[in-house]
Design a protein around this ligand. Structure first.
Ligand code: ADP
Ligand code: ASP
Ligand code: MG
Length: 427
């Protein structure tokens, strides 16, 4: 029987009772005869709490030490889960990322997996054990230090292990039943997607749908790992994330995604000459700060404003660099606006259906919501609005595109077709 990889997120292991519940599910899978490898997140809000403690000690903690601290969260849940399984009469062993052979580069707090040396996992499986691996962490064989993969990184651990082990399935157990047309906590009538293609899921994850970490979807696409996102609290089928094929119906819109984890930076009155953007964004990249949306205005008197977003968590770390960059390029100064949010409409069908952006902007205009920035790709439209307006914007856009009724259609040509709920079947 094929290897099954299961990943359980923080809410699913938030208490000892929930850990026992998860242990029962794992044992049930093993009883069917599958070799089982489990990846666990830290219990509940442990990672946030550890992060808070670090910030109480140091405003900009040394990244190596932060990784040592944060990786401790998953060690707690992995060992407790292993104990629970052993007490149910099955053999189990917990392994840290390093022990499990998760080799990363040296970029602390957002390391990338470069190799999976699964020998120890395979030996344990051969010995009939259920293997529990601490998610979100690895080791750099260059520095010999523990690294972490970035928030939500246990998803990536699971996909990397599933790829390396040639697993039959990679199940991502979380606190919702699957991937929805919007965050079901914000839009109560959001609809569960039965299937999403890697392409759609990549855009949704990149826009901030927390349910899967972006890197895990990239990894899954590269290694053709089929993901099944489902709830650890029931047995319902969730959402399959896989390659699109001819038979799959095309969604005009897959969903409305929001992200309130970014801040907006404006570098004011930047000299408008070649090389300035390269300097600004090169310097930020050198500090491993990921910039997201970028807008540069048309210049006036040889000067322009450069506006962009970056993770709010990176703001303290970026302040020194931003001050230095602004001075070096002779800009007038810079400001940060932390109270913003990004709302994105994602859907592969947008490519062939004009009018989607206009409808989204009209919806916001009618509600008196001001758009601060706009960016698009061929299958996405994103806007930045004030943080306080984000949830209202998501609900309005979700309703305007009739997503609760199932705004799914066969690929049609020409203008935006009528959307009908009867098209939902078979998606
Ligand atoms: P875990 O701890 O299991 O990894 P996360 O909190 O990282 O769980 O991700 C699950 C959460 O993602 C859900 O509770 C939900 O609020 C949020 N979410 C955001 N967008 C979506 C979406 N489109 N579909 C499902 N869940 C979403
Ligand atoms: N515990 C880590 C986090 O909270 C990793 C994860 O849960 O995937 O981000
Ligand atoms: Mg997560």
């Amino acid at each position: 029987m094929g290897i099954v990889v299961q990943k359980y997120g923080g809410t699913s292991v938030a208490s000892t009772d929930r850990i026992r519940n998860v242990a029962r599910r794992i044992v049930a899978t093993a009883e069917k005869g599958h070799p089982v490898v489990v990846v666990v997140s830290a219990m509940g809000h442990t990672t946030d709490q550890l992060m808070g403690q670090a910030l109480e000690i140091s405003p900009v903690p040394r990244a190596r030490e932060l990784d040592m601290l944060l990786s401790a969260g998953e060690r707690i849940s992995m060992s407790l889960l292993s104990m629970a399984i052993i007490d149910m009469g099955r053999e189990a062993i917990s392994l840290t990322g390093s022990q499990a052979g998760i080799v990363t580069d040296t970029t602390h707090t957002k390391a990338r997996i470069v190799d999976v040396r699964a020998r120890r996992i395979l030996e344990a499986l051969d010995a009939g054990k259920i293997v529990i691996v601490a998610g979100f962490q690895g080791v750099s064989t260059i520095s010999n230090d523990v690294t972490t993969l970035g928030r939500g990184g246990s998803d990536t651990t699971a996909v990397a292990l599933a790829a390396a082990l040639g697993a039959e399935v990679c199940e991502i157990y979380t606190d919702v039943d699957g991937v929805y047309t919007a965050d079901p906590r914000v839009v109560p009538d959001a609809r569960k997607l039965h299937v999403a293609t890697y392409e759609e899921m990549l855009e949704m994850a990149a826009c901030g749908a927390r349910v899967l970490m972006l890197r895990s979807v990239e990894y899954a696409r590269n290694y053709k790992v089929v993901l099944h996102v489902r709830s650890s609290f029931n047995n319902e089928q969730g959402t399959f994330v896989k390659e699109g094929d001819e038979r799959m119906e095309k969604a005009l819109i897959s969903g409305v995604v929001h992200d309130t984890s970014e801040a907006m930076i404006r570098i004011r009155r930047v000299p408008d000459r070649p090389g300035i953007a390269a300097k600004v964004f090169g310097s930020l990249a050198a500090e491993a700060i990921n910039v997201d949306m970028i807008v540069q205005n048309v210049s006036e008197d040889g000067r322009t404003d450069q506006t962009f977003t970056l993770p709010r968590a990176d703001l303290p770390r970026s302040e020194e660099a931003l001050g230095r960059i602004a001075a070096e390029i002779g800009a007038e100064g810079w400001t940060a606006e932390p109270e913003i949010g990004k709302v994105s409409l994602v859907g592969a069908g947008m490519r062939s259906h004009p009018g989607v952006a206009a409808k989204m902007f009209q919806t916001l205009a009618q509600a008196g919501i001001n758009i601060e920035m706009i960016s698009t790709s061929s299958i996405r439209i994103s806007v930045v609005v004030q943080a306080a307006e984000v949830e209202r914007a998501v609900r309005l856009i979700h309703a305007a595109f009739e997503l609760p009724q199932g705004a799914i259609l066969r690929e049609a040509h020409g203008q935006m077709p009528e959307i009908s709920s009867s098209e939902l079947e078979g998606v």
